[in-house]
Write a protein that binds this ligand. Sequence first.
Ligand code: IMP
Ligand code: MG
Length: 171
Amino acid sequence: MTELKVLFTREQIAARVAELGQQISRDFAGEPVVLVGVLKGAAIFLSDLSRQIDLDSTFDFISVSSYGRQKQNSGEVKLLKDVDQSMEDKNVILVEDILDTGLTMAYLRKMILAHHPRAFRIAALLDKKCRRQQPIDADYTGFEIPDEFVVGYGMDYAERYRNLPDICVVE
Ligand code: IMP
Ligand code: MG
């Protein structure tokens, strides 16, 4: 049996997401932004974050997979779905659920920077800083967490648990 222990409640998540939204609204005041969500894990974070951003904004989505991942990231990234529009001269905020080794984000950053956006920022709900293999950091971070496997609020374990309203540790 998989045991789930609550790490962040829905109330804690909502409060932090609201703060991140306010910060982004201040930083890009008067300018439009494109929120690029990394499927599927960031879908719920993006939908909540976007409603806390008081700016003219549009959505786009990108999908990647790592070969042979279970709980472990193999280090190889494969692009499954690219953005629909060019990011040239746009204020791009890449929205991700977790920054772990940083391999996915380093790959996506390189890809998006090749479009020559006006600005590029990363918003990551969670950050497992201690796991980093690539030198990359988020500009907007929800919570820093230890090296534990988490699910809920969009995040999965073998595709399950994405719909849990709280963020839980799998034990
Ligand atoms: P990275 O390339 O190692 O930074 O991998 C980041 C991706 O791995 C995240 O976007 C998640 O999709 C996934 N991931 C890493 N840690 C967890 C976790 O604890 N729970 C669920 N997914 C995770
Ligand atoms: Mg992800």
